[in-house]
Design a protein around this ligand. Structure first.
Ligand code: ADP
Ligand code: MG
Length: 580
């Protein structure tokens, strides 16, 4: 037998087996490249769970023609020049093997243009071989398109799980990445449908709303500790807000999502121990920033695991700070419920409230949850004209068929009518469900929808939940679902098709949640899909919408965490025009 040096192609294919196990790995590598290239906006498009197509478009630095060619060459990286650098790693990629690996098992198209240039370059590869190279008249930034992933590795292809599972992995990894990079906007479109949007957020908490939802995000309290070599930023649930599973536990080390190490898990559970009932779990987002020389990220090809050189010290710091936070009385943080309003205004309002004598005691004793807080504010609003006097609010008009401009004494309100309508509908629907009284209407002509097997399966599994949410759905042949009844709250001119599709997506993504949380997701999805866009409103309708909105429990954000309104005060305006 003669020893042969493996060809470049074979080496890449072997590496692909390690780095790119499934479509989600490819998505992660491409998005991380965009982040390394300092992109502000990253869009990801997926077809057939990533097997047919993965396209990542960014507005980052782009590549020159020479770099583009090099980028698909094994161990070519702009990020690491010698081994010493590994200790001072600041970028996400460094091995220079993602692009060649992906190229070797797919049809790859890279298009890129540097920021300062008028035109760019594109290259096409098939199974790792360059098949086309030419000028590209695009825009600054980079688009990488991966088609037919694993087309030439049938074994790997077979190993893939169901489309639902593979897609779930993709959504999950993007959620994790979005939870780290809050100042980058992300959008994920799967088979033509937008699954995730995370607009630029100024703070982590703001980003949590978009990714983790309002209810959970509101329960998080921040813990921050800084030591010589490590900075820890954590967002944790209080003991009374524990969860039935570990789905809401995230660990990020130096901006990489990684698996929990045993020592870290141990320190967290130890800190909670006294008060956490058996079988319950805390929710935690743990961001550790540590000197690169203190960890090894190079122990796992997909960098999912890290090794800390001084784990026991980390254990102690974590244990003590979480424990400390759990026994501290919680202060109410205003940037959460009042996100759209400036903190200044929010504080002022709180101040007014706090000085209100009748409720003084409640404030000092019950600073427990933001939910309570909102309720109290509302209660007070009803008796305290200084706060929200609904009758003083007057709609002035509508702009772009999107926003309502209104005046409230000394403030101008700009209301996003779509977000407002969604909030109102969501609270009504949820209320009806909580009171077990959802008014429903039978459909005169039952609506039928053809669905793929996996989705029929989902409906079948959730038929009871759906009926609790006011829907009557039944199987009608192998691939068809028949809808014979829907909740009234969604209106009569409903876009059933869209609503049901949204519901299915919600169920797909949240298949493991306990029933009540699933129903909440159903409600949220249904409301989102049922709201009409760009509607012209009469003055009466505008006023009605604003009043209903202000009567909501959480009037300032839509159920998905977008702001429903922003305020501009007379003072701010005067300042802008330099009247003072
Ligand atoms: P690594 O990220 O480990 O360096 P990759 O194979 O992922 O290796 O990428 C190789 C090189 O290609 C990177 O070092 C970078 O210079 C370039 N590159 C890849 N993707 C992009 C992108 N979206 N924008 C700009 N440059 C990119
Ligand atoms: Mg990379």
């Amino acid at each position: 037998m003669t020893i042969k040096i493996l060809s470049e192609e074979t080496i890449n294919k072997i590496a692909a087996g390690e780095v790119i196990e499934r479509p989600a790995n490819a998505v992660k590598e491409l998005v991380e490249n965009s982040i390394d290239a300092k992109a502000r906006n990253i869009e990801i498009e997926i077809k057939a769970s990533g097997k047919e197509l993965i396209r990542v478009t960014d507005d980052g630095a782009g590549m020159s023609r020479e770099d583009l060619t090099l980028s698909v060459t094994r161990h070519a990286t702009s990020k690491l020049s010698n081994f010493v650098d590994l200790d001072r790693l600041a970028t996400l990629g460094f091995r220079g093997e993602a692009l060649p690996s992906i190229a070797s098992v797919s049809h790859l198209l890279i298009q890129s243009q540097e920021k300062s240039k008028m035109s760019g370059w594109e290259e096409k590869y098939a199974g790792g071989k360059l098949i086309q190279s030419r000028a590209w008249a695009g825009k600054p930034g980079t688009t990488v398109e991966v088609a037919g992933l694993f087309f030439n590795t049938p074994a790997r292809n077979k190993f893939l799980k169901s489309p639902v599972t593979e897609r779930h992995h993709i959504v999950k990894i993007l959620e994790e990445i979005a939870l780290i990079w809050n100042t980058i906007s992300f959008k994920l479109v799967c088979d033509g449908k937008t699954i995730l949007t995370a607009p630029v957020a100024n703070t982590k908490t703001e980003r949590f709303f978009d990714i983790l939802g309002m209810d959970f995000s509101k329960k998080l309290m921040p813990v921050k500790v800084s030591h010589a070599k490590v900075t820890i930023e954590a967002y944790i649930t209080k003991t009374q807000d524990s969860l039935p599973n570990r789905n809401m536990q995230f660990l990020f080390v130096n901006n990489r999502p990684v698996s929990f190490t045993r020592a870290i898990t141990h320190s967290i559970y130890d800190a909670y121990r006294e008060n956490l009932p058996a079988g319950r779990h805390p929710g935690i987002l743990l961001y550790i920033d540590i000197e690169p020389s203190e960890i090894d990220v190079n122990i796992h090809p997909t960098k999912r695991e890290v090794k800390f050189s001084n784990e026991s010290q980390l254990h102690d710091v974590l244990y003590r700070s979480i424990k400390q936070a759990l026994i501290q009385p919680v202060s109410i943080s205003f940037d959460i419920p009042d996100k759209p309003i400036s903190v200044e205004t929010a504080k002022k309002e709180y101040f007014i409230k706090e000085n209100y004598p009748a409720k003084e005691t409640r404030y000092s004793t019950e600073r427990s949850s933001i939910r309570d807080m909102e309720e109290i504010l509302k209660e007070q609003a009803a008796i305290d004209p200084v706060f929200i006097d609904e009758t003083s609010i007057r709609a002035l008009g509508q702009v772009f068929n999107l926003f309502i401009i209104a005046q409230d004494k000394d403030e101008i309100l700009i209301v996003d009518q779509h977000a407002a309508a969604e909030r109102i509908r969501y609270e009504q629907y949820k209320n009806e469900w909580e009171n077990k009284k959802i008014p429903v209407q039978p459909l005169l002509i039952p609506f039928t929808m053809e669905l793929p097997r996996s989705k029929m399966e989902l409906i079948r599994h959730n038929i009871q939940l759906l009926s609790e949410a006011g829907w009557n759905m039944e199987e009608f042949g192998k691939n068809t679902v028949r809808i014979t009844q829907q909740p009234n709250v969604l209106g009569t001119d409903t876009k059933i098709q869209e609503i049901v599709s949204e519901i299915i997506t919600a169920l797909e993504l949240e298949n493991k949640l306990p029933a009540p949380e699933k129903i909440e997701k159903i409600i949220r999805a249904a409301c989102r899909a049922s709201i009409k866009a760009n509607e012209t409103l009469s003055n009466t309708e505008m006023n009605e919408l604003i009043n209903k909105l202000l009567n909501c429990k959480a009037p300032y954000t839509c159920p998905h965490g977008r702001p429903t309104m922003i305020k501009l005060s007379r003072n701010e305006l005067s300042k802008k025009f330099r009247r003072t």
